[in-house]
Ligand binder design. Structure first.
Ligand SMILES: Nc1ncnc2c1ncn2[C@@H]1O[C@H](COP(=O)(O)OP(=O)(O)OP(=O)(O)O)[C@@H](O)[C@H]1O
Ligand SMILES: [Mg+2]
Length: 344
């Protein structure tokens, strides 16, 4: 079974080939056009996807030493994301699937992040608690299988990635800013400043990051009305990272304890953060639970995770009925999982 995966939900155009032997290629073309605007301009993102998608798909096939005639299904992100960007990938996938008379499999982008650790680990014990922490989402899941999970916690306002990006913008560090904060923060003192840990003591498993954003804004206006001198940036970045990482770890550990689960997976762009990783490793060792992260290349958006889901779905449906994923009709379905509650 060979699946071509396509991802275009935001500002990465990506294609990957996943087979029964594993991942054969994963090409990611990141759009740099948005950095000067301090955020993504949706129309420019769609146009950049149109420009790059043919080349990215062709390169992924070439690198996998695979022809379209060998592909059994095309998996594509259909939601959530920027509508214009999603349409480019979906239509490209639909065209390929129709012209080669193979199924097109709709994939939920967040499920892609959720299951991305499975790309590299084949020994994950289920059930697990999974934290998906990205540019647009911060959610906790209780995962029972590769097609059954339950949302047990969610951000009530901003995602952690958005908090990183907005703080970076306030500090004049450009977009996307999470990785810049990470690099600078590794040289700073995480205890230098104390920023709020939203909802950390609440009994529920929800998050809030909007207060942190406001606190940083007020702090900067009060202490640095003329702008932050370069030498003070590392301490501010380290302190912001510490605040975000602590909330993520405390809430995830709480979820694992509540559910009596001993495996934790952390994925999405913010899972690349060095302090988030070290904080989780320290807590996991103390609590004697296992924590897994995808490699850095699979934390941010990539088609490998989409192809993996497509491959899993295709294998499951082969045992049942493939008609639900056939051709254009499949792209109108939302690929719902067997079990989905909003709160546990
Ligand atoms: N090392 C890092 N430290 C902190 N944040 C990071 C790091 N690397 C990436 N990020 C953040 O991850 C986010 C991008 O992740 P991702 O690509 O998963 O999000 P998205 O696709 O935009 O959103 P979603 O997946 O919710 O639709 C950005 O907010 C970026 O700043
Ligand atoms: Mg994403």
């Amino acid at each position: 079974m060979t699946v071509l995966g396509i991802e275009s939900s935001c500002d990465e155009t990506s294609a990957a080939v996943y087979t029964d032997q594993g991942l054969l290629s994963n090409i990611v073309s990141s759009q740099t056009v948005h950095s000067k605007f301090g955020g993504i301009i949706p129309e420019m993102a769609s146009r950049a996807h149109v420009e790059h998608i043919s080349r990215v798909v062709r390169t992924a096939l070439e690198e996998a030493n695979c022809k379209m005639s060998n592909v059994d299904a095309v998996a594509v992100t259909t939601h959530p994301g920027l509508h214009g960007s999603l349409i480019v990938g979906s239509n490209f996938a639909k065209g390929l699937a129709l012209s080669h008379n193979i199924p097109a499999i709709p994939v939920n982008h967040i499920e892609g992040h959720l299951y991305s650790p499975f790309l590299e680990f084949d020994d994950i014990t289920l059930p697990m608690i999974a934290l998906v922490v990205s540019g647009g989402h911060t959610s906790l899941f209780h995962v029972e299988s590769t097609d059954a999970y339950e949302v047990v916690g969610n951000t009530r306002d901003d995602a952690a990635g958005e908090a990183f990006d907005k703080v970076a913008k306030m500090l004049g560090l450009g977009y996307p800013g999470g990785i810049v904060i990470d690099t600078l923060g590794q040289k700073g003192n995480p205890q230098a400043f104390s920023f709020p840990r939203g909802m950390i003591r609440d009994r529920n498993l929800d998050f809030s990051f909007s207060g942190l954003k406001t606190a940083v804004r007020v702090f900067l206006a009060e202490h640095y009305p003329q702008g932050v001198p370069e030498q003070d940036l590392p301490d501010i970045c380290a302190s912001v990272m510490e605040a975000i990482a602590e909330v993520l770890v405390v809430k995830t550990m709480k979820a694992a304890k509540k559910r009596g689960v001993r495996t934790i997976a952390v994925s999405g762009g913010v899972s690349a953060n060095s302090r988030v990783r070290s904080f989780f490793h320290e807590a996991a060792e103390r609590k004697n639970v296992r924590v897994v992260f995808p490699s850095l290349e699979y934390c941010t958006d990539n088609a490998a995770m989409i192809a993996w889901i497509g491959h899993t779905k295709a294998q499951q449906s082969l045992e049942k009925d493939l008609s639900f994923v056939t051709g254009a009709a499949a792209l109108r379905s939302d690929g719902k999982k067997a079990k989905r509650k909003t709160r546990g």
